[in-house]
Design a protein around this ligand. Structure first.
Ligand code: ATP
Ligand code: MG
Length: 351
């Protein structure tokens, strides 16, 4: 029996509704498959935890998490109890930075039964690899006050290892997919960092002659995500560009409730963290209408990362089948509850 130890942080709001759903699906898939089991350790770190302890997670929290094979996270944030910047930095950013999770990956895929805003969605299936630790989101810069003419300066930081790691991760991913990489650039307008990004892209590309790779300007790329998302396989982007592209990816799928994500530690020294794109959705807590697919698909990405790709593929097929059959939460046009969708996915996995 192969066993994986998973740290589970349901967090806040609907995180506590969709995480149990995902664990249920994971266990059902594992027992249907045989030979694999998961040991979960749950951590109550959340905004409620903060109210009691004055911190989102204990001082030695990272130390506690370090030994796990992976971290499955629900959602963090309850602005009525704790300001967002406190909860976000205290938990999410703390783990991402502490465990050097420098890559964020978000797939987008269309399947039957979703409610895409695209009039005639083709079978798109792409994944965005976002550099997640540097780039445009830096703390370097400042303000210069000169009387009425104030100036704000924001520096971007692109390191060779940071850029190369993101691009290489994209090329490696493409090997197991359709063999196509698109690099998001803007070297016609951003004259220092983006030409550097392009240079690194050219170097990495040379190592992968079997992969078809091209560079596209971010403005055009954003438009293509809407007009022809089916043209993409793996898209690699800087922190800011990736942030924007992944939101478009989620939007064309039809609901934030189905979009999954992963924060990857490349060295393998620390666990990676898997969390859906959506937040704690305080407006729908307790109504049993939270779509569990985002969290379930996130768990599937965790399986891929742990090398259990067959198990992961089975889960995604079950999700697709159930959605096609119309067992859906209201956000994608159905009337089923979180529990009903989860049960239908589990039934499908047992077939
Ligand atoms: P955050 O700051 O954490 O991103 P947010 O309030 O900006 O939080 P969400 O919590 O993701 O964003 O909620 C955005 C909207 O999407 C809300 O109306 C919410 O009800 C809806 N939503 C989010 N997740 C789901 C889900 N899993 N199923 C159904 N609706 C969802
Ligand atoms: Mg938000």
């Amino acid at each position: 029996m192969k066993r994986f130890s998973i740290a589970v942080i349901p967090g806040d709001g609907i995180g506590r509704e969709v995480v149990p759903a995902a664990l249920n699906v994971l266990d059902t898939a594992a027992s249907a498959h045989g030979g694999i089991a998961f040991d979960y350790t749950e951590f109550p770190w959340s905004c409620e935890y903060y109210l009691e302890h004055g911190e989102m997670m204990p001082e030695d929290g990272l130390e506690q998490l370090k030994k796990f094979d992976a971290i499955l996270l629900g959602a963090v944030g309850n602005p009525q109890l704790v300001p967002d910047h406190v909860s976000l930095w205290g938990l999410l950013i703390n783990i991402r930075r502490g465990f050097q999770q420098s890559i964020n990956i978000r797939p987008a895929k269309y399947f039957e039964g979703l409610r895409s805003p695209l009039a005639d969605p083709k079978q798109f299936d792409f994944i965005v690899v976002r550099e997640n630790s540097e780039g445009e989101y830096s703390e370097v810069g400042g303000r210069i006050h000169q009387g009425s003419s104030q100036i704000a300066i924001q520096n971007s930081i692109f390191t060779r290892p940071g850029v190369e790691n993101a691009l290489r991760y994209g090329f490696e991913l493409a090997k197991g997919r359709k063999g196509h990489v698109t690099s998001a650039t803007k070297s016609n307008g951003i004259v220092h960092t983006m030409p550097f990004w392009d240079e690194v892209f050219a170097d990495v590309k040379a190592d992968y002659p079997e992969i078809e790779a091209e560079s596209t300007h971010i403005d055009a790329l954003a438009a293509f995500f809407v007009t022809k998302p089916e043209a993409f396989d793996v898209v690699v982007a800087s922190n800011l560009f990736g942030d924007i592209l992944t939101d478009i990816g989620g939007a064309v799928m039809g609901s934030i409730g189905i979009a999954p994500a992963a924060n990857i530690n490349l060295s393998g020294e620390f666990p990676s963290m898997f969390e859906p794109v959506h937040g704690s959705a305080p407006d729908i807590v307790g109504k049993h209408i939270a779509n569990p697919i985002g969290q379930i698909w996130t768990a599937k990405m965790m399986l891929d990362h742990l090398g259990e790709t067959e198990l992961g593929a089975g889960i995604l097929s079950a999700v697709e089948e159930v959605t096609k059959n119309g067992v859906k939460t209201p956000d994608i046009g159905g009337s089923a509850t979180t529990e009903e969708v989860t049960a239908a996915i589990c039934e499908q996995l047992k077939k």
